[in-house]
Write a protein that binds this ligand. Structure first.
Ligand code: GLN
Length: 309
């Protein structure tokens, strides 16, 4: 039997002399103030056991990892109708790229690049004012993690609102093609705030558990999504969750995963566990450098890659 405790401990131990590697996401000024010398791992199994190491209880900005939760909400609202607005293909471009939007008439390649997540935020916003939509997203994440203390870091939200020019451009570009139903500033209000949710690795691993257990939260017993929807969200995470680094992540780790520029990664071992890692330094694709290395070792040592041993 795999001894998960010693695997998690050994992964942390074997990488601890690399803590601080990578580059902070300084294009969001508030993220550049984070201490880069932090590293946490939390793994929750589908039978509810928790293993963790390092800074696993420290809250960080989940950034694009939140796109997994907004996608889940949007699919709950409009189901497969979402795919008229957003594609399901890897982009092969950076997370904030605009080039394909022109070629593909305002339809983003997938829900995890910024443009796609902005279109998803537009869907979540339908029938609400932005504040209500933001509240619904935070409430959903709290429910998934079974933790009412989870909240938005308003300094991060403000920092990105003040400097997110590229996202403003993406939203207006999509609106010009008729792929946003609300004013760009309202949609971006929702988007910037859900990216600014702060969570620890413990909370994030707990929140992702429904994707590891066929759409049910094994701790509460409640159904979040159908098994087929969980499978499909995992497929999207595998193909698109690391932007233009998705192929490399699949090659090295072999698990569905979603990264964020706060340095977190949520990875799913279907049927086995939900895993959150965090270290703020990023690689050239905007994915956590140490977090990716940790998941690579973890996948090797557990044999959990979806592609086999
Ligand atoms: N909020 C960030 C942005 O829009 C999210 C990017 C990310 O985590 N990759 O740039």
């Amino acid at each position: 039997m795999t001894d998960l405790k010693s695997i998690v401990d050994s992964v942390y131990h074997d990488l601890s002399d690399r803590i601080g590697e990578g580059k902070l996401a300084d294009y969001i000024p508030e993220l550049a103030t984070v201490d880069p010398r932090q590293f946490g791992i939390a793994l929750v199994t589908t039978d509810g056991k928790l293993y963790s190491a390092g800074d696993a209880a420290t809250a960080f900005s989940i950034q694009s990892i939140s796109k997994v939760f907004t996608l889940t909400l949007a699919l709950g609202k409009i189901g497969d109708g979402l795919w008229k607005r957003v594609g399901r293909e890897p982009s092969g471009n950076s997370f904030n790229s605009i080039v394909q939007l022109e070629q593909e008439k305002g339809k983003p390649r997938n829900p995890f690049i910024n443009a796609g997540a902005i279109a998803v935020a537009d869907v979540v916003l339908a029938g609400h004012v932005p504040k209500e939509a933001i509240g619904e997203i935070v409430q959903f994440i709290r429910q998934l993690a079974d933790d009412d203390t989870i909240a938005i870091d308003h300094n991060v939200a403000r920092s990105e609102t003040n400097t997110g020019y590229r996202n403003v451009a993406l939203a207006n570009f999509m609106r010009s093609f008729g792929n946003l139903n609300h004013p760009a500033e309202h949609v971006l209000g929702v988007y910037f705030h859900h990216c600014a949710v702060a969570m620890s690795c413990h909370q994030l691993a707990h929140a992702g558990l429904y994707l590891a257990s066929a759409g049910r939260n094994p701790l509460s017993g409640g159904s979040v999504v159908s098994p087929s929807r969980a499978r499909r969200i995992n497929a999207l995470m595998l193909m698109c969750g690391h932007y233009d680094g998705s192929g490399d992540f699949a090659y090295r780790v072999g698990l569905p995963g979603k990264s964020g520029v706060g340095g977190g990664i949520l990875a799913i071992a279907p049927g086995k566990a939900s895993i959150a890692v965090w270290s703020p330094g990023l690689n050239e694709n905007g994915n956590s450098q140490l977090g990716s290395a940790a998941l690579e070792l973890l996948a090797q040592r557990t044999g959990w890659s979806v592609f086999g041993q």
